[in-house]
Design a protein around this ligand. Structure first.
Ligand SMILES: Cc1ncc(COP(=O)(O)O)c(C=O)c1O
Length: 388
């Protein structure tokens, strides 16, 4: 590829665009992770993360990708052979299931069509049928990054309560945290899994667990093997602002700055901005005549939109044309959606003109790639963005 002038458009649904303020923070000199300055930073970021998770409970930060934080949620709370209830919402639910199987859990995996979120009625039915209380955890991906479908967590919580079932509630918020309304304590979530490279506007490299007292209690008798992921030494050392091993110091600088930015904007404003950009994107899609993969309007994702290609057209060809012509990366179709869909990420550090540029790139790419569509998607989005 030749020289590309101007800024690359990174419009995959994570990793997302890292703001200048965060990049500058990341570039500071690394300090002693056993010194007083470091301890102060740890305490500040842990406190800030609690506000983002909306919890008064415990938060831990691993130097890891999100997959590590998935594993941590399981090995700290469960024992070999324990049964867990999961839902096939898409590619990431399938991957978390694989982690569960590999660490030695039995997974009851409710099939799905990758176009809907978790059905609360099915949760209630499954738990109601479990008279022996064999199911130890209900595991839900809040926002399926492969499909652009957001499960209705308050209704899932209600379903667990209606069934009167004691299972732990575990939620993956990897592409919803700091982008979509999320309430760890209010929704009585026991372990929330998050990571750095999406709504938190950081590069990849930090995995997060928010932990309820019930999950902490479960960890005392949980027998799955754990060492690196063990909450106990982490929580013990974090109290003083330290870690049981070398932390990702520079990413924590970035996290501190990103949290300050989120609080300056205000979390509710952040969520409203994401909803608004998602609506503008769907209006563009409708005008183009491209189908949004998510079938239930109540489950449209605020952080990304997945669009289906017309029959006979390969989404990856379109993505390649757009990358080469306009230097913009869009999300590929994952798993069984390969070639059939493309994903527009509109989360994290983002504004109206970035969205306008993104949608222009898509509309021009559709023409260049010869994909049948109607013009006017960008116009529809701009009309929405410029209305009060
Ligand atoms: C919803 C969701 N869960 C889990 C993961 C896995 O995270 P990682 O790739 O950081 O291990 C991703 C990654 O995109 C994701 O979108």
């Amino acid at each position: 590829m030749g020289y590309k002038s101007g800024r690359h458009f990174l419009q995959i649904p994570g990793p997302t665009n890292v703001p200048e303020r965060v990049l500058m923070a990341l570039g500071q000199s690394t300090i002693d992770h056993r010194g007083p300055e470091f301890a102060q930073m740890t305490l500040e970021v842990l406190d800030g993360l609690k506000k983002v998770f909306k919890t008064n409970g415990t938060v831990v930060i691993y130097p890891s990708s999100g997959t590590g934080a998935w594993e941590a949620s399981l090995v700290n709370t469960l024992s070999p052979g324990d049964h867990v209830l999961m839902f096939e919402t898409g590619h990431f639910a399938a991957l978390w299931r694989n982690v569960a199987l590999k660490v030695g859990l039995e997974v009851d995996y409710v099939p799905g069509d990758w176009r809907h979120g978790v059905d609360p009625d099915v949760v209630k039915k499954k738990l109601g049928e479990d008279r022996d209380r064999k199911i130890k955890a209900v595991m839900v991906v809040h926002n399926e990054t492969s499909t652009g479908v957001t499960s209705r967590l308050p209704d899932v919580r209600k379903a667990i309560d209606l069934a009167g079932h004691p299972a732990l509630f575990m939620v993956d918020t990897i592409s919803s945290l700091a982008s979509i309304d999320y309430r760890h304590d209010e929704w009585k979530v026991d372990v929330t899994v998050g990571c750095s490279q999406k709504g938190l506007m950081l590069p990849p490299g930090l995995g997060l667990n928010a932990i309820s007292n019930k999950a902490l209690e479960a960890s005392k008798s949980a027998r799955l093997s754990r060492s690196y992921w063990d909450w106990e030494p982490m929580i013990r050392d974090n109290k003083m602002g330290f870690f049981p091993y070398t932390p990702a110091t520079n990413l924590l600088y970035g996290l501190r700055e990103a949290l300050r930015m989120l609080f300056e904007e205000g979390l509710e404003n952040v969520f409203a901005r994401h909803r608004r950009h998602a609506e503008a994107t769907r209006r563009a899609a409708r005008a183009w005549g491209l189908e949004v993969l998510c079938l239930n309007p109540e489950e449209f994702s605020p952080s990304l939109t997945t669009l289906s290609m017309p029959a006979g057209h390969d989404a990856d060809v379109l993505r390649k044309v757009i990358l080469e012509a306009f230097d913009m990366s869009l999300g590929t179709g994952l798993g069984k959606l390969k070639g059939k869909v493309f994903r527009i990420g509109h989360l994290g550090h983002f504004n109206d003109l970035m969205l306008a540029g993104t949608l222009c790139g898509v509309e021009m790419g559709l023409s260049l790639a010869g994909v049948p569509h109607s013009r006017g998607g960008v116009a529809a989005a701009l009309e929405f963005l410029s209305s009060r």
